[in-house]
Structure formats: structure tokens, C-alpha cells
Design a protein around this ligand. Structure first.
Ligand code: ADP
Ligand code: ASP
Ligand code: MG
Length: 415
């Protein structure tokens, strides 16, 4: 039976690690929740582990075992979020607001069994709705779910964003707010580009590119999910008031910006298979071997053919590099290539913008700006709404600043 407040709209509010780091910050979270209650919402809260706890737990695991069992790692990493739900629920009760904490399992977050980056298969929010019907604020542990074996899984780094989006979709929430330590999505990481500008709104497609290409502010998969299920999001600061940034389909009313933002990904690595036979099926053999090890390949570049051979270079996420190297070595041997070379000292710098596809000259401007700054481009990759360049890792931040300037994305200097 639906309870007394069941006609009230639902809001999902997600609070990241910094926002729940210590009692002071948790009390501040309570204020945001109570404000939403006062505006007439039933509130579902999703929280991350406090501060750097996930990193600390990961470091502890690696100290005891450099290659920990993925299932056990998920058991460990999911504990951080469990601390946060209990503390936030207690703080709410202390403020007179009945609350209920739920783990991923209790909140009905059902995933596949790929530990460390599980995909959500289904959300069954029955207990969440029961809690809401009892007039409680329901506080759900982000980043975790349960697989068909009833084992705990985690949803990939930054996965609390995904929990929030999935619950917002399953509950048909009116709003989904992502509270973090910046007051919105910026034209570049404000830690790298001090005059970066807050965006009022951005499309899911652009946010997905920015997030996949290194902008940590939202988890890429959560945006993919939000895009698919039509969930609009608002990113805002838990510490300062402000309008934040809307991530939504109709982000632009009359004018589509050519370039929206610049980002970089330092966690990438490069593998080249040297003198690979230039024949049909060779690339298939190489990339099937790589795919068999669950590695996601990013940029792929093949050299011109000479003497019946080519060099084939591709990039992979740094944490999948060891597996990719093994696969490439084995494929190179079986294909009769001369061998492989690798480079982990690289970074990928990307320029993203929805208007890029209809504007000539964007790539030229990028290459010109980097060239003038003496930054060498190693590999290039393009899609309709982005251009990515691989550069030396120590040049990555400089490259972001150069490109941010080249497209005049910054805040005008005061005075
Ligand atoms: P949370 O713990 O709240 O999930 P994260 O650390 O995951 O927060 O993400 C917030 C951080 O993302 C910011 O502190 C900022 O440095 C970084 N960031 C990277 N790119 C951007 C961007 N384009 N706009 C805003 N923040 C960004
Ligand atoms: N605590 C997890 C992480 O650090 C999930 C999250 O913060 O969203 O990746
Ligand atoms: Mg995050």
C-alpha cells in the first residue's frame, strides 16, 4: 500500500566522497536533504565512501597482494560506502528526520558478475519505496550491487554516480542532483586551468565524451546510462550555493558551441606491433586476442604498408596495459611480426564540442596551437564531437591550457 506522502515527487541526491568526509560535512549534507524535504520531495540519497577511503582500501589490498582476487576486492571496497550510509542516516535521525540506510543489495541494485566494473542489469527498488512510504529519507550505498550469485560487486571507479542515475530512472524521480566538490562542470578541470568557466548546461553526448576522455567530475558510464534512460542531471557543489550545471538533452536553445571543453587522460598507454604482415585478417587476429582479455582499445593507427608489412599502434587504459601487452606479444609471435614496443609515458588530450561536426578548421586550430607551443603530437583520433591527441605525459597539462586558450574558453580576466 502506498503511504501518505506517495503523491510527492521523488528527488535523488548524490553526495561524493569529499561531501561526506567528517561530521561537519555530513551535517552539511543533512541540510541539503532537509531543504529538499521542505520543498516537498521524498528524498533518496546516494553516498560515496568518505574522502579517499576507496583509494586507501585499494592500497591496503595491494600491500598484501599485488593482484588481489577481484571478488574479495569488491567485498573490501564496498565497505567505504557502508560507513557513509550509516553515518548519514544517524545524522538525519539526530536532526529529527527518520531515515533508513540500505546497501546495494537491499536497494535492489542487481548487476552482472564482472567484479570491479559490473554493469547494472536491473533495479528493483521495493525497499526504497517502502522506506519512502514510511516517511523516511532512504540512504543508499553508491558504487555497489549484487550479482546473480549474491556476491557483492562494484560499478567501476566513480560508480556512485551510476547508482544515483539508476535509482532516479527506476523511481521515475523528478530530479537527480549530483553534489560534489566543484560547483558544476567546467570548460576544463579547474585544478589544471585556473580560469576555466562553469557551464550552465551541457548535453549528455558532450558530457559522455568529456567523462570518457578523463574529466573525473562524472563517471562516464553513469552518463551513458542517463542518456539511454533519459535522466537529466544537475551537478552542483555541496559546499557553496549556486546554479550548478545541467546535463540535459536540450542544453542548447539557440546556439550550439563549437567547442565546449578540453580534458586530458593521463591513465593511458600505447602498444605498437612492429612489421605486422599486411594481409586481411591480421588486425582481426591481434584485436581478438586483446578483446579476449577484456581490454578496451581506444585509438588505433596503422602505418602505410612497406615491404608487405605495417606497424599498428593502439592505446589502452593504463590499468589494462599488462593484459594488453601479453595479448599483443602473443599475437605478434603468431602473426610473424618482428615484435612490439610500448610507451606508458603518454597522455591523451581532447577537445569536445557538439558544434564541431559542422565547423571546418577545428582540427587545424588544435594542431596549430599545440605546434606553436612546441608540443609534439604522437597520435590523433577524431569523432563527430571530439578531437584527441596523444602527447608526452609531462606535456598533458600544458596542452590542456594551450587548447583552452586557443578556443577562448576561459573566464575573461577581471579588470
Ligand atoms: P566526487 O567525490 O564528488 O564524486 P570527484 O573527485 O569524482 O568528486 O569529481 C570532482 C572533481 O572532478 C573536481 O574536484 C575536479 O577537479 C575534477 N574535474 C575534472 N574535470 C572537470 C571539469 N571539466 N569540470 C569540473 N570538475 C572537473
Ligand atoms: N568510492 C568509489 C570511488 O572512489 C565510488 C565513488 O566515489 O563514486 O571510486
Ligand atoms: Mg566521482
Amino acid at each position: 500500500m502506498a503511504g501518505p506522502g506517495s503523491e510527492q515527487p521523488i528527488i535523488v541526491q548524490k553526495f561524493g566522497g569529499t561531501s561526506v568526509d567528517g561530521p561537519q560535512r555530513i551535517r552539511n549534507v543533512v541540510k541539503h536533504i532537509l531543504a529538499a524535504r521542505q520543498r516537498g520531495y521524498r528524498v533518496v540519497v546516494v553516498v560515496s565512501a568518505p574522502g579517499d577511503m576507496t583509494d586507501d582500501l585499494l592500497a591496503q589490498a595491494r600491500e598484501l597482494n599485488p593482484d588481489p582476487n577481484r571478488r574479495e576486492l569488491d567485498v573490501l571496497l564496498s565497505t567505504g560506502e557502508q560507513i557513509s550510509i550509516a553515518l548519514v542516516a544517524m545524522a538525519l535521525e539526530a536532526a529529527g528526520q527518520p531515515a533508513l540506510s540500505l546497501t546495494g543489495l537491499q536497494a535492489g541494485i542487481y548487476t552482472d558478475g564482472v567484479h570491479g566494473k559490473a554493469r547494472i542489469l536491473r533495479v528493483d527498488p521495493e525497499r526504497v519505496l517502502e522506506g519512502l512510504d514510511e516517511g523516511r529519507v532512504v540512504v543508499v550505498a553508491g558504487f555497489q550491487g549484487v550479482d546473480p550469485e549474491q556476491d557483492i560487486t562494484t560499478l567501476g571507479r566513480g560508480g556512485s554516480d551510476l547508482t544515483a542515475v539508476a535509482l532516479a530512472a527506476a523511481l521515475n524521480a523528478e530530479a537527480c542532483e549530483i553534489f560534489t566538490d566543484v560547483d558544476g562542470v567546467y570548460t576544463a578541470d579547474p585544478r589544471i586551468v585556473p580560469n576555466a568557466r562553469r557551464l550552465d548546461a551541457i548535453t549528455h553526448a558532450e558530457m559522455l565524451e568529456l567523462a570518457s576522455l578523463g574529466a573525473q567530475v562524472m563517471q562516464a558510464r553513469s552518463i551513458e546510462y542517463a542518456m539511454r534512460l533519459g535522466v537529466d542531471l544537475r551537478v552542483r557543489s555541496s559546499l557553496v550555493d549556486g546554479p550548478g550545471t545541467w546535463i540535459r538533452r536540450d542544453a542548447y536553445v539557440d546556439h550550439i558551441p563549437v567547442v565546449t571543453g578540453v580534458t586530458c587522460d593521463r591513465k593511458t598507454a600505447k602498444i605498437t606491433v612492429i612489421d605486422m604482415p599486411d594481409r586481411p585478417g591480421a588486425a582481426w587476429e591481434l584485436f581478438s586476442a586483446v578483446a579476449d582479455r577484456q581490454v578496451n582499445v581506444d585509438l588505433i593507427i596503422q602505418s602505410a604498408s612497406r615491404n608487405g608489412t605495417v606497424d599498428l599502434t593502439f592505446t589502452v587504459p593504463e590499468d589494462e596495459f599488462a593484459a594488453a601487452r601479453e595479448a599483443a606479444e602473443a599475437a605478434a609471435r603468431s602473426l610473424g611480426a618482428s615484435g612490439i614496443s610500448t610507451d606508458t609515458n603518454i597522455a591523451k588530450v581532447s577537445v569536445v564540442g557538439a558544434g564541431m561536426m559542422n565547423t571546418p578548421g577545428v582540427a587545424a586550430r588544435i594542431f596549430g596551437a599545440l605546434g606553436q607551443a612546441g608540443i609534439n603530437i604522437d597520435l590523433i583520433g577524431c569523432s563527430e564531437i571530439k578531437v584527441s591527441c596523444v602527447v608526452a605525459r609531462e606535456k598533458a597539462e600544458a596542452a590542456v591550457r594551450v587548447l583552452h586558450d586557443a578556443f577562448n574558453l576561459g573566464e575573461e580576466a577581471a579588470g
